[in-house]
Design a protein around this ligand. Structure first.
Ligand code: TYM
Length: 331
């Protein structure tokens, strides 16, 4: 069975892009893979996090993942910082990755913005830690949204250079799995920007715990153009907002964009948005309710994460030990 790894930052309850681009695919892969699902708190602190908030959001995210169908019994759900080997392998990878490679990372440029001098060093070497997350388990398949593609290419470069430098074939190649019509969900307010938990406008995103009324209002207010929906996907060219809503609908209904437009082509956005909101509420309301139910017992969530960390560490430790031996550290 192939081993799968993926991670998500504990910046609160996930948004629809996290769900459709990643989490939903994670849940589906659980049937025929051995999976590790990681709440990446080490990645989160590359930008400032209030300690109390970080703790709360780590629990909230774990609860939301379980509510989405992450199976913490048959698979492993854990917080990154609780398995020390992540930071240890990341250090080795900091010494493998080249500055030139990191300089090309578009996410660093986006996140650091104009005030680059004031960004943390952690934000800069973030992709090295991500490579360590995956390779620490010799995981070969990584389901992510489209925005993580460049980081996974870098992880493969790191694995190859490590293998080459240390004359081994120790680290396997990673296959990014960027799946479905919603691998890049865009903001509801601006079809050229990614939907994101960190967008200042709550109207720009659907949060998995949003109540039905909030979901309906956000969809109704979502930016669109004045044309009716086209009959086929080619007609979405140059219409970023329309394309986004059709992609979201397709992913939620498990249809192709073709099939969605075969049904809704020719309609105005008023009717389409009503149908989309109904569908979204039907999919998300049970997830929100289950998340709230699980969060009523935070101790239980913490126990699940602690058990996951123990099981993850048992897989990671021998692989870290072998990497260290290859590097030349004393046993
Ligand atoms: P993060 O926390 O930003 O996002 C978690 C997952 O959600 C996907 N995603 C989206 N997909 C579609 N549309 C969107 N608007 C959207 N926004 C987010 C992301 O692509 C991701 O799959 N660096 C990673 C976390 C990470 C990781 C890893 C992932 C750390 N180590 C190892 C895979 C393997 C991140 O910040 O994801």
């Amino acid at each position: 069975m192939q081993r799968v790894f993926s991670g998500i930052q504990p910046s609160g309850i996930p948004q629809l892009g996290n769900y459709l681009g990643a989490i939903r695919n994670w849940v589906r892969m659980q049937a025929d893979h051995e999976c590790l699902w990681c709440v990446v708190d080490l990645h989160a602190i590359t930008v400032w996090q209030d300690p109390q908030t970080l703790r709360r959001q780590t629990r909230e995210l774990a609860a939301a993942l379980i509510a989405c169908g992450v199976d913490h019994r048959r698979h492993i759900l854990f917080a990154q910082s609780r398995v020390r080997a992540h930071a240890q392998l990341a250090w080795i990878f900091n010494c493998v990755a080249r500055l030139g490679w990191l300089n090309r990372m578009t996410q660093f440029k986006d996140k650091a913005g104009k005030d680059r001098e004031n960004a943390s060093a952690g934000l800069y070497v973030y992709p090295d830690l991500m490579a360590a997350d995956i390779l620490l388990y010799h995981a070969t398949r990584v389901p992510v949204g489209d925005d993580q593609r460049q980081h996974l290419e870098l992880a493969n470069d790191i694995a190859q250079k490590f293998n080459h430098d240390y004359g081994s074939d120790f680290f396997p190649a990673i296959e990014p799995l960027i799946l479905g019509p919603a691998a890049r969900v865009m903001s509801l307010r601006d079809g050229t920007r990614k939907m994101s938990k960190s967008d200042p406008s709550d109207q720009s995103r659907i949060n998995l715990a949003d109540e039905a009324d909030a979901i309906r209002l956000k969809i109704r207010r979502a930016r669109t153009d004045a044309e009716p929906l086209p009959a086929e996907p080619a007609g979405l060219a140059g219409r970023a907002e329309a394309r986004n809503l059709v992609g979201i609908y397709a992913a939620l209904a498990d249809l192709t964009p073709d099939a969605v437009l075969a049904e809704h082509g020719g309609k105005g956005f008023g009717a389409f948005k009503e149908a989309l909101a109904d569908l979204m509420v039907a999919v998300l309301a049970p997830i929100g309710a289950e998340t709230r139910r699980l969060l009523a017992d935070p101790g239980h969530i913490e126990a699940i994460l602690a058990e996951g960390a123990t099981r993850a560490a048992a897989l990671a430790d021998p692989i870290l030990a072998e990497a260290e031996r290859l590097v030349g550290f004393l046993a």
